[in-house]
Ligand binder design. Structure first.
Ligand SMILES: [Zn+2]
Length: 77
């Protein structure tokens, strides 16, 4: 069921659902839901393209657990 208030980042292709006081939720293509900080740590920081709707992610609290532990996500250029 589509959430009408969700946004999908045109750069990262990841869906973000505004979550009010609990914070926004990010729907990854695989694995559990995460936060904007996790999205930035895992995806957005590697894309570095204009138009990413998660620019604020890098200013949020990013814990070590938010990063991929093994192979970081990257796009072949
Ligand atoms: Zn993004």
């Amino acid at each position: 069921m589509a959430n009408p208030t969700s946004q999908t980042c045109p750069i990262c292709g990841v869906q973000i659902i505004p979550g009010g006081v609990a914070g926004d939720r990010v729907i990854f293509s695989a694995g559990p839901q995460g936060t904007r900080a996790k999205l930035w740590a895992r995806v957005c920081q590697y894309n570095k393209k204009a138009g990413c709707i998660n620019e604020q992610g890098k200013t949020e609290n990013i814990s070590a657990d938010d990063y991929y532990k093994d192979t970081p996500f990257s796009n072949p250029q």
